[in-house]
Ligand binder design. Structure first.
Ligand code: 5AD
Ligand code: SF4
Length: 354
């Protein structure tokens, strides 16, 4: 039996496979693609991404829109802009939306999201499945947004190791690993399909950390995962550690190995091919599809705001409007031999079985 036929990788297997290159990396990714084909099909589900606001109360040491970074304009989309992006998704049969923003726990923000959810559901007769990615909130807020029609929630753990988490976040009492975990538990309890993820190739991260991240996803029995390479941003504290991180090529290879291993370990979850992958390699997202990913997020943020949502350097697509991005994405997906699940929600099969 090949090592790849074990369905219960242990940590040392994972550390070995994370380092796979050349033929052994091809073998790993081919195995993951077979499993994807068998369990979820060679289909890509689209989630229209709306970057609702770049205002954020947090100060993560890696992120370009952290609250202490004064160098740019802060925006929040108007209700009309959000509704028009939702209409675009609906008209293009995406079946699903992601509303993402920096973290904001203010009562006005919470109310606005609730009313946006109500309006989107009303205007599209509940036909769009909505994912929120709005950070840590109270149980009551998670419940209110769920009642208003949100189905899924993404909250990256960022690092499953509390020690690494500490190194990536300021020690100000507002960025604790424990409260991140608590939020993930609350989201599960509230009934969302829950997604999490990590950055790959951040300063101080070891292969052991990444293996533990994969084991964490399995242990938490997560429904969806969005992970991508870390990309340095000059206006952030972690930039000074950029000489300690793997090269862009190594980060990309590591990311593809992470995706492939996760697909083999958790056959029926949804795994995103993220924008950060495309930043390091113009074909990065398509390579991720061939390594086991099955979700993509076309960006529907109005063009004039896109350059305000730069979590990292060289973010691609900030000059493309939604139509241009969509066309090239469709072509690339077709080239990769995959079909697009237009009009399908593409819910996590794992969630459905639970
Ligand atoms: N490089 C890559 N990903 C980043 N994120 C934030 N900053 C960076 C960066 N410099 C990711 C975080 C966050 C998500 C919204 O974006 O993982 O959860
Ligand atoms: Fe805010 Fe998210 Fe950036 Fe952290 S990663 S500073 S929470 S937008």
């Amino acid at each position: 039996m090949s090592v790849l036929d074990k369905n219960n990788f242990d940590k040392s297997d994972l550390i070995t496979w994370l380092q796979a290159t050349d033929e052994s990396a091809d073998l790993l990714r081919r195995k993951a693609l077979d499993i994807k084909d068998k369990y979820v099909g060679r289909k890509v589900y689209f989630r229209g991404l709306i970057e609702y606001s770049n205002r954020c109360s947090k100060n993560c040491l890696y992120c370009g829109i952290r609250s202490c970074n004064p160098g740019f304009h802060r925006y929040t989309l108007t209700k009309e802009e959000v509704l028009s992006a939702a209409r675009y998704a609906f008209d293009h049969r995406f079946a699903s939306l992601v509303i993402q923003a920096g973290e904001n726990q203010g009562p006005r923000f919470i109310d606005t999201i609730e009313s946006l959810l109500n309006e989107i559901n009303q205007q599209t007769s509940g036909s769009l499945h909505i994912t929120l990615s709005l950070g840590e909130q109270t149980e009551e807020t998670y419940q209110r947004w769920k009642a208003a029609g949100a189905h899924r929630y993404l909250l990256r753990i960022e690092a499953s190791d509390p020690e690494l988490y500490k190194k990536l976040h300021p020690d100000d009492g507002h960025h604790t690993w424990e409260s991140r975990i608590r939020s993930l538990q609350l989201l599960r309890k509230t009934g969302y399909q829950v997604g999490t993820g990590v950055m790959i190739g951040v300063p101080f991260q070891t292969l052991e950390n990444l293996a533990d991240d994969l084991l964490f996803f399995r242990e938490f029995d997560i429904d969806m995962v969005g992970m991508g390479p870390y990309i340095e941003h000059p206006d952030t504290p972690l930039y000074s550690h950029r000489d300690q991180i793997p090269s862009p090529k190594e980060r990309m290879e590591l990311t593809l190995n992470m995706v492939a291993l996760l697909r083999i370990m958790m056959t029926d979850i949804n795994i995103a091919a993220t924008t950060a992958m495309q930043t390091l390699d113009p074909r990065g997202r398509e390579k991720a599809l061939l390594a086991g990913a099955n979700v993509m997020m076309p960006n529907l943020t109005p063009l004039k705001y896109k350059e305000g949502y730069l979590l990292y350097e060289n973010k691609p697509g900030i000059e493309d409007d939604a139509d241009e991005s969509l066309e090239s994405m469709e072509q690339n997906i077709q080239d990769a031999g995959e079909t697009i699940g237009y009009g399908e929600w593409g819910d996590s099969l794992r969630y459905g079985k639970r």
